[in-house]
Design a protein. Structure first.
Length: 288
């Protein structure tokens, strides 16, 4: 026991924390034991001299536009990365290849434009992913989260998304919370499968009142359960112009096939009658 009565283990943790603060702390950032905090320091580039044993890195509220994959890969023990409110763009493919232990990643309030399979495919331990408030985010590939099977919390609220393939989220076995509010959802027949999954899923949708259709105009501001009912009626009972064209073609083909079959049957009957008559005449000649 220490003289103060505290266990030696607590004193050791304190000393390690003090040592960590004095070693390689990036300029304008504060460092504690296994944590580097650079919030609101007007950084324009990824900070240097980050301790290699850092577990938690906070870069929120800066002007960082690029995350260098090589420098990130040195932080192999990183489990928490907060990059919200920066200027990160769409060049994030293979960025996180060296931080496979990452559990928490916040990329909200940035300039992301798309999410591909290569963006997060190496984050096999990822549990929380926040990519909300990226107004230029217009596309998430169907298999974008195929490797993130531990993902429990996914937030894509307030983006430019108009469509999300059902399998993108349905195939995440541990998903419990999905943020979808204030997006520009295009509620057409292609989106009906996703809306049906939402109504039947056990996943929690925060701010559900603001998960509404943006287009078409007839469904604007309509919440998903109400939109599902209307889409079921229009998509499963209504025939569109191409459907009528298809039915007309099918009817014409049936009529043409029937006409051709009747003509062939008539020709065969005439040939048979002619052949039968000729046979009878030959028999009468032989009798004479």
């Amino acid at each position: 026991m220490s003289p103060s009565g505290r266990p030696w283990s607590l004193s050791l943790v304190f000393l390690l924390g003090m040592a960590s603060e004095g070693i390689n702390c990036p300029s304008r950032c504060s460092c504690q034991y296994l944590e580097v905090n650079c919030t609101g320091q007007q950084l324009q580039e990824f900070p240097v001299d980050i301790p290699l044993d850092t577990r938690q890195l906070i870069l929120a509220a800066n002007s960082v536009s690029y995350l260098p994959a090589v420098e990130l890969s040195f932080l192999a023990d990183l489990v928490y990365l907060d990059c919200r409110k920066n200027l990160l763009g769409d060049d994030l493919d293979f960025t996180f290849i060296g931080v496979a232990k990452l559990v928490y990643l916040d990329l909200s309030f940035n300039n992301l434009t798309q999410v591909t399979f290569s963006t997060f495919s190496h984050l096999l331990s990822l549990v929380v992913l926040k990519i909300s408030d990226n107004p230029n985010l217009v596309a998430i590939e169907k298999d974008a989260f195929a490797n993130n099977t531990w993902l429990r919390h996914l937030d894509v609220s307030r983006t430019g998304l108009t469509f999300l393939d059902t399998s993108t989220v349905r195939d995440l076995p541990n998903l419990r919370l999905l943020g979808l509010s204030d997006n520009l959802w295009h509620c057409n027949c292609s989106f009906l499968d996703f809306i049906t999954w939402m109504t039947e899923s056990d996943v929690h949708f925060p701010d559900a009142d603001n998960i509404t259709c943006y287009t078409p105009a007839g469904l604007r501001a309509l919440r998903m359960p109400a939109a599902e009912a209307q889409l079921h009626f229009s998509c499963l009972t209504q025939l569109y112009k191409q459907d009528y064209v298809f039915l007309c073609l099918v009817g014409f083909c049936i009529f043409l096939a029937g006409t051709l079959a009747a003509w062939l049957a008539g020709v065969c009957a005439v040939i048979y009658e002619a052949h039968a008559s000729k046979g009878e005449e030959e028999e009468e000649e032989e009798e004479d």
